[in-house]
Write a new protein. Structure first.
Length: 265
């Protein structure tokens, strides 16, 4: 497999707080790459550096060998890194298709005057985003919701629409920040199958998630952070059996009467 995205010795310091400390990461094309860790481990800060919201204090992020850290967010998106956020960011009173069309904005040439006077450029762009918006919805099985208001949809479908909008950027890698947060088991299973379907279509995905069942059943490679540091990286089986990962999630324990009991660290 070829390397798509890399983080090399990446750190981020806020005043005296080290949020991310010397983290390396390698995502190969076709991966579903999981990033896990307890609350406050630095996961979202790490994603924010990958997408340009923060610049690393030390180290760098690379996409296909090209350094992207330090570039503006829109430039990074144009190069092929798209993301979703922990909280759904849809336009609730717009239709599903209109939400997805917004994702194509970086590929349009329409300016303010074009929009005001409905020039040929504006009309061509509108036709293009309409057609491509339907194509994206067809590709991910959401075309039946195209004309519905996004805010009227069930929570799990809204999350899929948000992912579809990110796909409108035609990303080389898609970063999902806690996509199943707040979902019931049925919605979680549906979204997991949705993400596995995207992998089968050739998308590369990196995902932050707290739901371990979701992570272990969808990700082929996992990075574990704790207090901003990488404590483990490997396959789901390797991560599941790693002592440092167990301690990070459950604390130090001792075996008593055949049972493991968590004690104060």
């Amino acid at each position: 497999m070829s390397v798509l995205m890399e983080a090399k010795s990446v750190s981020r310091v806020f005043g005296g707080l080290v949020a991310v400390d010397n983290v390396d990461m390698t995502v190969n094309k076709g991966d579903i790459y999981g990033i896990i860790g307890p609350n406050g481990a630095g996961k979202t800060t790490f994603f924010n550096m990958c997408t340009g919201f923060y610049s690393p204090t030390h180290g760098a992020i690379y996409l296909e060998g090209k350094k992207v850290s330090g570039l503006p967010c829109d430039r990074i998106a144009h190069l092929g890194i798209a993301r979703t956020f922990q909280n759904i960011q849809l336009f609730r009173y717009m239709t599903v298709l209109e939400n997805v069309k917004i994702g194509f904005h970086i590929n349009t040439r329409t300016g303010i005057l074009d929009a005001l006077f409905h020039t040929k450029t504006y009309k061509n762009d509108e036709k293009m985003v309409e057609e491509k918006g339907y194509e994206v919805l067809e590709e991910v099985g959401l075309s039946g919701y195209a004309g519905m208001k996004a805010g009227n949809l069930p929570y799990g479908i809204q999350r899929k629409v948000e992912i579809a909008r990110a796909l409108a950027l035609n990303p080389k890698i898609l970063l999902l920040d806690e996509p199943v947060a707040g979902m019931n088991p049925s919605e979680t299973m549906s979204l997991m199958n949705f993400i596995l379907m995207l992998k089968e279509k050739g998308y590369t995905i990196a995902v932050i998630e707290h739901d371990m069942k979701f992570v272990m059943n969808s990700c082929n490679h996992i990075l574990v952070l704790n207090f901003g540091q990488k404590i483990c990286e490997g396959s789901p089986e390797q991560v599941k059996n790693d002592d440092q990962v167990r301690k990070a999630y459950f604390g130090k324990g001792r075996v008593s009467s055949g049972c493991e009991r968590k004690e104060a660290c």
